[in-house]
Design a protein around this ligand. Structure first.
Ligand code: PAF
Length: 276
């Protein structure tokens, strides 16, 4: 695997790369990421990944400073997963001047769910991904469905700007007890880690009830909220939405649905979702 710290170096190395498949990350890689890398191999000639902890998508007071940086271990995993090129720029390389030109996702995508609790988050994500796309110029890019809203926002961005990039979803990878793999799981204490799979259990139960015909989403959401609260969690949202645009489901009709949740356990904020 070739590691590139500069845009010029990466571009020179990718000149005869054929169809480029790109998997951007913020590092601290786990099996969720490496599954995406392996999946990427089947979609093109050259697999490019990036590691860049993007300051623009963190709010003041969030975990930008303590976000785990594990570069050497990440490189080993990328090599094992068959990645050809890693782009690992410094902040000065990717943002040599303040990034005043930004991608502003529409409020109906950016200010709901995660965006309600992390204002500006999706502006930061869309802006860095647009910039990484400009640098890497991939023909395809993979994003995990664990960050379901991020996948929706970036798919819409690519569609509305007519970027010539195929956006491919990756399934969420879970631990045996159901907890979705996440870089932030490393913040959990042993007791919290034992409690953490409850989030997935609550979502599974809610999804099962909807599949069995229960359409009282508000009551189902409230029950899941109450269960988490009773076990010491602080949920931000648990919400049944339409998969296509993450808006509330209509009273009639039967569009494909997804239930999404975010909740704090101690000082760790976990997110998860399940397609119904
Ligand atoms: O999902 C992530 O790790 C990040 O949001 C991404 C897409 C790499 C942009 O910084």
């Amino acid at each position: 695997m070739q590691v590139h710290e500069t845009i010029a170096g990466l571009r020179a190395a990718l000149q005869a790369a054929g169809r480029i498949v790109f998997v951007p990350t913020m590092g601290n890689l786990h099996a969720g990421h490496t599954t995406l890398m392996r999946q990427a191999r089947g979609h093109g000639d050259t697999v490019v990944s990036s590691i860049f902890v993007n300051r623009l998508q963190f709010r003041p007071g969030e975990d930008f400073d303590k976000y785990p940086r594990t570069f050497a271990a990440d490189c080993e995993k990328l090599v094992a997963a068959g990645v050809d090129h890693l782009f690992a720029p410094s902040e000065e390389e990717l943002y040599p001047e303040p990034q005043r030109y930004v991608v502003e996702p529409p409020v109906e995508h950016a200010n709901i769910l995660e965006g309600e609790f992390r204002p500006g988050h999706f502006r930061g994500v869309a802006t860095v991904v647009m910039k990484l796309f400009a640098v890497v110029q991939p023909q395809a890019a993979l994003f995990g469905k664990k960050d379901y809203q991020q996948f929706m926002v970036l798919s819409a961005m690519v569609r509305e700007f007519a970027l010539p990039i195929e956006v491919i979803p990756g399934e969420t990878v879970r631990a045996e007890d159901g907890l979705a793999l996440s870089s932030r799981n490393g913040y959990l204490s042993a007791a919290e880690r034992a409690e953490a799979p409850r989030l997935h259990r609550c979502l599974s139960r809610l999804a099962e009830a909807v599949r069995a015909g229960n359409r009282d989403f508000a009551a189902l959401e409230a029950a899941a909220f109450a269960e988490l609260r009773a076990r010491g969690w602080a949920p931000d949202y648990i919400s049944v939405r339409k998969r296509i645009d993450l808006q509330s489901p209509p009273v009639d009709g039967n569009p494909p649905l997804v239930v999404l949740a975010a909740a704090r356990l101690g000082s760790t904020r976990l997110i998860d979702n399940l397609e119904i």
